[in-house]
Design a protein around this ligand. Structure first.
Ligand SMILES: Cc1ncc(COP(=O)(O)O)c(C=O)c1O
Length: 404
């Protein structure tokens, strides 16, 4: 995005205050290299490389033929909300009634709805860091103040209850995290979430956005939801969706579940911005849930295998500090050992510099950590084939060996 002086004179402070995507320069360079005929391997994607399962596609075709082409209720078709309610019971042992569920155009909109409905200008929002890029910008759009707190690599990047306690002030309104986490793949277990909930128990003004969009892509213990903790449940907004688990990124269906007050506020917010999600995508999403989650778990098994492959290969690269990601399809090593090293007279000063070097020398696209609040890291997605992953890591290892 080019914000010229002319554009700045026209555009609102709101849009000008948003960060530009750090990945734009990378994506542009990757495209240029590919156009020149280089074989660029892209490990920057935040989406499954699998097709949406056929039974879900079939349901969408059927929905068109059956005439589901009209506006839908703002919070989603009753049938879909009923299926989501059953899913919460089946997978998470949570009792969310359909009227506590709002379906949106992707989980991103669910998060934006919740933040817009809860945050007043100046309210502080504690964001567990490394965090998904959009959290901070959505909070800024709501004129809230993002307060990132950084999990330590030794703790698989998971923020602890003690760290949270120190970050809370009388202005804290909201806490946000994802588990499994994008970009680290870290998964909070029951004990860790309970410790966090005990801190929040003392601060009844604080709500919690628990982003569980990667729920099904979990290689460790059974997924645990913050909303399973009774004494805090009413203050939790549980976010989930179809993009990652069911490989449905382009369909744009996500949802939140919350207290009736918050759900109906989100319904009101959405009614003035986008209305109900695409009718066909909603019918497909309902079919996805009716079919169970076997397809999602099968894809998760492929990601687990790839995680092991990438971790083995990455552990052979000097200077990459790794850990075991227990979910999602990313690994986020600390690569700061390369800062200060040189190649052809140029010094690597940041994760962005190293990502650019990896792209231009190894022809592998990755995402540098600055955008996730972690300027010492790089995110590698392993949502691609074993062959590409093996070749990408081979090339990266060779390129990094050139740095002095
Ligand atoms: C942690 C996290 N939350 C939410 C989303 C948004 O997903 P959706 O495609 O449903 O908008 C993403 C997508 O990358 C994500 O990584």
């Amino acid at each position: 995005m080019q914000e010229t002086e002319e554009a700045k004179a026209v555009l609102s402070d709101r849009i000008l205050s948003l960060a530009e995507s750090q990945t734009i320069a990378m994506a542009k360079k990757a495209r240029e290299l590919a156009a020149k005929g280089y074989d660029v391997i892209n490990l920057s994607f935040g989406e499954p490389d699998f097709q949406t399962p056929q039974y879900i596609k079939d349901a969408a075709k059927q929905a068109i033929d059956d005439g589901f082409t009209f506006y839908t209720p703002v919070p989603g078709y009753p049938e879909l909300r009923e299926e989501i309610s059953k899913k919460f019971k089946r997978d998470n042992n949570l009792d969310y009634a359909p009227d506590q569920i709002v379906v949106s155009t992707g989980a991103k909109q669910s998060i934006a709805n919740a933040v817009m409905c809860l945050v007043n200008p100046g309210d502080e929002v504690v964001i567990f860091s490394p965090y998904w890029v959009s959290y901070e910008e959505i909070v800024k759009l709501a004129e809230g103040v993002p307060v990132p707190i950084m999990g330590r690599l030794e703790n698989d990047y998971k923020v602890t209850a003690e760290q949270l306690e120190k970050a809370i002030t009388s202005s804290t309104k909201l806490v946000m995290y994802s588990s499994p986490c994008n970009p680290t793949g870290a998964v909070f277990d029951e004990e860790e979430l309970l410790a966090i909930a005990r801190v929040l128990e003392k601060h009844p003004q604080i709500h919690i956005i628990a982003d569980e969009i990667y729920e099904y892509i979990n290689f460790g213990e059974k997924h645990f939801s913050m909303a399973n903790i009774d004494f805090i449940r009413d203050r939790v907004i549980t976010i989930n969706g179809f993009s990652k688990g069911y490989a449905m990124t382009g369909w744009r269906v996500g949802y939140l579940a919350a207290s009736r007050e918050i759900a109906s506020a989100c319904d009101k917010m959405q009614s003035q911005i986008t209305s109900g999600t695409c009718s066909i995508a909603q019918k497909a999403a309902a079919a996805a849930l009716k079919g169970g989650n076997a397809c999602a778990l099968e894809m998760a098994e492929a990601y687990r295998r790839r995680r092991d492959l990438v971790l083995d290969l990455m552990n052979e690269i000097p200077g990459f500090k790794t850990y075991l990601p227990n979910g999602a399809f990313y690994i986020f090593p600390d690569i700061s050992a390369y800062f200060g090293k040189q190649y052809e007279g140029k010094t690597i000063e940041s994760a962005l510099d190293l990502s650019m070097f990896i792209l231009s020398d190894a022809h592998v696209a990755v995402v540098s950590g600055e955008a996730f609040g972690a300027p010492q890291c790089i995110r590698f997605s392993f949502a691609t084939s074993d062959e590409k992953l093996t070749e990408a890591l081979r090339r990266i290892k060779n390129s990094l060996a050139k740095l002095q």
